[in-house]
Design a protein around this ligand. Structure first.
Ligand SMILES: NC(=O)c1ccc[n+]([C@@H]2O[C@H](COP(=O)([O-])OP(=O)(O)OC[C@H]3O[C@@H](n4cnc5c(N)ncnc54)[C@H](O)[C@@H]3O)[C@@H](O)[C@H]2O)c1
Length: 392
């Protein structure tokens, strides 16, 4: 029988409540042991509600006094580095919510110290754990749409939706704490998803991250983002995000030489009648069609349509994948599985740090008005961000 892992959560705010505590509860291998939040009332309430034995207001005290196997860091972006480093030094495995950190130096510090102390590090890019994105990845790897040469991911969502109704603090509005908004908040998902689905690192970046919609009395963070990314394999990716559209919209588009895949995770709209659609130009028969597609391909005329010709008629296949287990539950279970199997997590620390490099490159590109090569050769500090010095 597989063992149970003692977990703590640092930052008992909105994402911990909505996603992490319920996912821990649904993961048989995980046991919530401690809750930590600088707001004592919130730490204690979370411990009581979700059944943790202990609660803390200081992560250092928690790592000194509480026996833990793993921690989920869901605190504001500016403290991710120090908290992840403290966890690694205490020999505790770490999931850090996205963005892994704010600057490229902070991000690579986390990766380095986790490697030095031989603890596993995963970044909370939950979109990779939706079934439709996992199926898209599998179909790309099986060559169903040929070589992916262009990819696009978007996430448009007004500040007010999350900030006014869900968030527990205003850290997202504070550029000195969050480091930015559309780029490190929504953009972090889009950049990670595209890089993973295309399956090739980003070598250079050009883009903009600007505040066009919101007044500076509300926030100094960016609310409008475009990023163009060149991948190592020659493909190009494009990310667009904003924090001003009242309608939430999200799309991921993969354009290959032999087909196209669309997925939607955060929201669908009338153009997206299903969360996933695939078109392949390949000559498949019912027998050779990949199982994912076979399960969702229905004849449009009547049942013999698919048997009239040697190969299947070519058309879009709409797919509605199962919603359960959901993305976060899949992610928590996956991490527990990595601890048991001593395996590398799907979203590695290096993946998280490279995504931060892309974000930092966009801020640099804004200054130089040019493409920026990766990896970066110096620390890039986003405008208005105040880095928290390393704890030790
Ligand atoms: N994967 C996703 O889709 C997703 C969604 C939401 C948030 N997040 C990430 O999760 C993190 C938290 O976001 P949120 O929306 O839950 O914020 P929130 O404002 O709702 O909650 C933040 C919590 O952290 C606590 N906190 C502040 N400083 C702390 C510290 N030094 N140590 C411990 N606790 C501290 C606050 O008291 C609060 O309870 C951010 O990094 C954010 O980007 C990810």
């Amino acid at each position: 029988m597989s063992r149970t892992y003692r977990l703590a959560v640092i930052g008992c705010g909105s994402i911990a409540e909505i996603a992490h505590f319920p996912s821990i509860q649904r993961t048989p291998q995980a046991e919530l042991t401690a809750c930590c939040d600088t707001d004592a009332a919130r730490a204690r309430a979370a411990a009581e509600r979700w059944g943790a034995k202990a609660w803390y207001t200081d992560h250092r005290e928690m790592f000194r006094t509480c026996e833990l196997d793993a921690v989920i860091i869901a605190s504001p972006n500016n403290v991710h580095r120090n908290q992840a480093v403290a966890a690694a030094k205490a020999g505790v495995h770490v999931i850090v919510e996205k963005p892994l950190a704010v600057t490229n130096t902070e991000a690579w510090d986390i990766v380095r110290v986790c490697r030095q102390h031989n603890v596993k590090l995963m970044v909370g890019c939950d979109r990779r754990f939706w079934t439709h994105n996992q199926w898209a990845k599998q179909l790309v790897e099986e060559g169903v749409i040929g070589r992916v040469l262009m990819a696009r991911a978007s996430l448009h969502e007004h500040w007010h939706l999350y900030q006014n109704h869900v968030a527990k603090t205003d850290f997202r509005l504070r550029a000195d704490v969050a480091g930015g908004a559309a780029l490190p908040d929504t953009g972090a998902h889009a950049i990670d998803l595209l890089t993973w689905l295309v399956g090739s690192r980003i070598t250079r970046v050009v883009g903009i991250a600007q505040r066009l919609a919101m007044p500076e009395t509300y926030t100094l963070c960016d609310d409008t983002v475009w990023v163009l990314m060149e991948h190592e394999n020659g493909a190009y990716g494009c990310v667009s995000c904003n924090r001003f559209s009242p309608a939430v919209s999200q799309a991921t588009e993969l354009y290959g030489t032999e087909g196209t895949i669309f997925t939607a995770t955060d929201a669908t709209n009338p153009f997206q009648s299903v969360p996933m659609a695939v078109f392949t130009n390949k000559d498949y028969t019912l027998e050779t069609l990949p199982e994912i597609l076979r399960n969702y391909r229905w004849p449009q005329l009547f049942w013999v349509e698919d048997r009239l010709q040697p190969t299947l008629p070519k058309r879009w296949i709409p797919i509605i994948p199962p919603r359960e287990p959901n993305n976060y539950t899949n992610m928590t279970r996956h991490f527990m599985e990595c601890l048991t199997q001593d395996a590398e997590p799907l979203v590695s620390g290096e993946d998280g740090a490279r995504a931060i490099e892309v974000m930092c490159a966009v801020y640099k590109s804004m200054q130089t008005r040019a493409w920026v090569d990766l990896p970066l050769t110096e620390e890039v500090v986003p405008p208005h961000y105040q880095p928290v010095p390393p704890e030790d």
